[in-house]
Design a protein around this ligand. Structure first.
Ligand SMILES: Cc1ncc(COP(=O)(O)O)c(C=O)c1O
Ligand SMILES: N[C@@H](CCSC[C@H](N)C(=O)O)C(=O)O
Length: 442
């Protein structure tokens, strides 16, 4: 399916009447349906640079509220016995959610965005497009929760899932066939920070099967750094729990597409199951997304310094901002930055555990994208839902430490990490030695 052939009316403004005409209404099988209440409208395209677009919004309520109100209402009164209101029931649509969806569609360079209750709910909605017998091709370094959901579908839903090394387009090509209904990519992968060539794989997948949908999990990058739809993906989704919201105070998932019929097929399970994002969480996410650029800029520059610091101590660091990353060029040909997640190995799982437990500013926590810095051991935490045998087959080092860098003062972060490394015996120096060397060089 071509990502560009959306057939969307350009510059549609999103008034109730124009929106209803703009959206073909179909069920999961593509059969026509009557118009849905208040779908999000196609955006009119970006006019300004991203930092401006993140905070700039048009359209509000009848009072021109600067911050879109939280429409904390399950139901909406209708104008007649046969309906007639723009909204009827919050499971089907809510003005706060619609405002956020329109804003995100603009930010994600998409014709339509849909917001749901978590990143996993977003993937669940996307996989409702699949039918028993369909094949899915995905990576062998996949977020643990995505692996778990796909495993459930292959065990119980008749879906055949191929996990291959998606950093090699040849490996993907080997398994692509006319039954491949979906290719599911993540880049950089989590937690091994491997890079996947979205454009090359999307082209190959569409050639193998023109109906194959290429979905990209963009959680590690956010729309600020990467637009998979521009590279040929059909569907982009992300966990809004991470960079988009930025404060670990909500769970959310976002799905974005250019094909409006596909958008309606994705809306169907959201309405049918009731996983659309609640009004208060929609409001919180709308507030969070406005600071995405300032947060990410700071997180990214901190992450770069920290990656260089660890590398200078001889650790094998995985971060696409380092020239030593084997796919540095590929990443930078697709993305506008390296993000703020990096991982490194110590060679000893006990040493890694001591580092994690010695750090003070770095909170021991799963997740990433938050303003606070986090440290974790993926094999025991975020990726524990992948069994030990599979982790070993996929060469996931048990001693791997993942750092998710926040916006704190970078010197404090480095000093805390340095102390933890010394206390854990991971570097062959004493703190006195490090301080003496620092005093000498300053
Ligand atoms: C890459 C990636 N995709 C998806 C998810 C799922 O998001 P959520 O936790 O919001 O369900 C996560 C983390 O949880 C993730 O790291
Ligand atoms: N217990 C959770 C673990 C969530 S991991 C969150 C995040 N994606 C990360 O990579 O840290 C679960 O079982 O899903």
């Amino acid at each position: 399916m071509s990502a560009s052939g959306s057939g969307a009316p350009s510059g549609a403004s999103g008034s109730a009447s124009s929106t209803k005409k703009a959206f073909p209404r179909v069920d999961l099988q593509g059969n026509d349906l009557p118009p849905s209440p208040a779908p999000s409208s196609p955006h009119g395209g970006r006019r300004y640079n991203i930092a401006t677009e993140l905070v700039f919004t048009e359209g509000s309520d009848q009072y021109n509220a600067s911050s879109v109100p939280i429409y904390q209402s399950a139901t909406f009164k209708q104008t007649s016995g046969s309906g007639g209101g723009e909204y009827d029931y919050t499971r089907s649509g809510n003005p706060t959610r619609t405002h956020l969806e329109r804003h995100l569609a603009k930010i994600m360079s998409a014709q339509r965005a849909l917001v749901v209750s978590s990143g996993m709910a977003a993937l669940d909605v996307i996989t409702r497009l699949l039918r028993p017998g369909d094949e899915v091709v995905t990576g062998d370094d996949l977020y643990g929760g995505s692996h778990r959901l796909l495993k459930f579908l292959s065990t119980n839903g008749g879906i055949i899932v191929h996990h291959v090394d998606t950093t090699s387009p040849e490996k993907v090509l080997e398994v692509l066939n006319s039954k491949t209904a979906m290719v599911l990519l993540e880049t950089p992968t989590n937690p091994l920070i491997k890079i996947v060539d979205i454009g090359q794989i999307a082209t190959a997948a569409h050639e193998a099967n023109p109906n194959c949908l290429v979905s990209v999990d963009n959680t590690m990058m956010s729309p600020l750094l990467l637009n998979p739809l521009d590279l040929g993906a059909d569907i982009v989704y992300e966990s809004g729990t991470k960079y988009l919201s930025g404060h670990h105070d909500l769970m959310a998932g976002v799905i974005a597409v250019n094909d409006l019929t596909l958008g309606e097929r994705l809306y169907f399970p959201i309405n049918a199951s009731g996983c659309g994002l609640a009004p208060f969480d929609s409001w919180l996410l709308m507030r969070g997304v406005k600071t995405l650029k300032v947060r990410m800029d700071q997180q990214q520059s901190n992450a770069q310094r920290i990656a260089e610091f660890l590398e200078s101590h001889g650790f094998k660091v995985r971060y696409p901002g380092l020239r030593s990353h084997p796919q540095y060029e590929l990443h930078n040909s697709m993305a506008r930055g390296a993000g703020a997640v990096l991982s490194f190995e110590t060679g000893d799982v006990n040493v890694s555990e001591r580092i994690v437990e010695s750090a003070k500013i770095w909170a021991i926590s799963v997740s990433f994208g938050c303003v606070n810095s986090l440290i974790s051991m993926p094999c025991r935490m975020s990726h524990a839902s992948i069994d030990a045998k599979t982790r070993a087959e996929r060469a996931m080092p048990e001693d791997l430490i993942r750092l998710c860098v926040g916006i704190e003062d970078v010197d404090d972060l480095i000093e805390d990490l340095q102390r933890a490394l010394v206390e854990a015996g991971a570097v062959n120096v004493t703190l006195d030695g490090i301080h003496a060397a620092q005093a000498e060089s300053s």
